[in-house]
Design a protein. Structure first.
Length: 112
């Protein structure tokens, strides 16, 4: 099932949008994800209240997938949350050199 390399898809969206990301990713073949909450500071999020800069809350969704599923999952997430529109978020992919702990995938124990 997953005997090739893995990649990490990272999607950063406004807080509350993680569920939309997860739903699109699962429908495109992702089996799970990790969500981390954070704060953003980009050119489209510089709002102020009483002259104090406000940094909006963000959801960071990390999805570890076999390399062959990356393009489909990333495209599905982009379509669902419109990452190509200013201020809607960002998505990027990182190569993964080693993986351990994926016992639900037969034959995946490679760690150089």
């Amino acid at each position: 099932m997953a005997d090739g390399p893995f990649e990490l898809i990272v999607i950063i969206v406004d807080s509350g949008k993680a569920e939309d990301v997860l739903q699109a990713a699962r429908q495109a073949g992702a089996e799970g994800a990790t969500i981390v909450h954070g704060r953003g500071s980009g050119i489209h999020e510089q709002k102020k209240i009483f002259n104090i800069p406000i940094e909006p809350e963000k959801d960071i969704v990390m999805i570890l997938v076999p390399e062959e599923r990356t393009d489909g999952i990333l495209a599905a997430v982009d379509a669902a949350v419109e990452l190509n529109k200013p201020g809607h978020g960002i998505g990027f992919v990182l190569p993964v050199k080693r993986v351990v702990g994926l016992s639900h995938l037969p034959g995946v124990t490679w760690t150089k």
